[in-house]
Design a protein around this ligand. Sequence first.
Ligand code: ADP
Ligand code: MG
Length: 322
Amino acid sequence: MDEFSFINTIRQDRYSQPSLVKGIGDDAAVFRTQEDVVTAVDTFVEGVHFSKKTMSPYQTGYRALAANLSDLAAMGARPVFYLVSIVIPKTWTLNELEEIFHGMKALARNHHMDLIGGDTVSGSELSISVTVIGYVDQDMARFRHTAKPDDLVFVTGTLGDARAGLHLLTEDRESAYKNIAFFKKRHQMPTPRLEFALKLADIDRVTLNDVSDGIANEANEIAEASNVCLTLYDKEIPTSKDFGQFSVTMQHEWKYFGGEDFELLGTVAEKNWNALVKAAKDSGVQLTKIGFVTNTNKEPAVYVIENDTKARLDKKGYTHLK
Ligand code: ADP
Ligand code: MG
């Protein structure tokens, strides 16, 4: 099958976004809007970011878009469009490639997003690069640099599950554990917290960062960007029901440095906490207060209080080429 026929199999029959002027089929796509435009791109390379051993093609596509949508959630933006650049090696069948796009489309449909373009080339490794475009009311994008002393620190969902899922997918002793389907799914098909983030629109200031590398990393990013200190209570870090079945060392490593849970970590003024609780309830997302923000003494930092002792938490989380 040639490139032209392939594009015809992935293009949507109709688009749902009214701001789209021209989708797939010309030299470039065109859209028109009054809102602020938020955009992000992420690239996934076979053997580096995913493997056929741990994920189906459908899940690979789903997850690639989910990771990008998590970035839009962390910006408080509503997703509208995506573009996909794909490098295709001979080892992938047409059916598998279509499955990748089915995975993306399933998630895109839930958010009324349109696939408006991309690029298709052949190469030696499968590589999927997804660009997302979102809208947000003017000057209402959420940043990392807005945390202030006396804010409280919160996180959605539970942490470490995706890393636990990867462990179960790569270790052959999985029969020793329970609830393996839950953990695997948290790795293979993560849920970006868009609905929750969008329900915060009435709050004047919320600092947000999505948990892609682990909260140790993300909390430090907020501290540095905002020039503040964050203090977290270890016993408040939320983990899932059966997380306790893993070794204490793994639990500690995974909840701070595991990453790819695609939860939202943030800070907000105490007076807005109730509004956050309501947003969480309305979007069916767990929300936990895990710490507080203070002024810096000398430099921005993250601390963890565990059994009455306070220790500094460094980034150490898996940070790609930074
Ligand atoms: P050009 O030669 O102008 O770059 P292409 O032949 O690469 O055009 O693509 C034709 C159309 O198909 C364009 O609208 C392009 O955005 C779209 N397209 C190509 N590859 C993909 C893809 N992987 N996903 C979505 N749209 C694609
Ligand atoms: Mg092209």
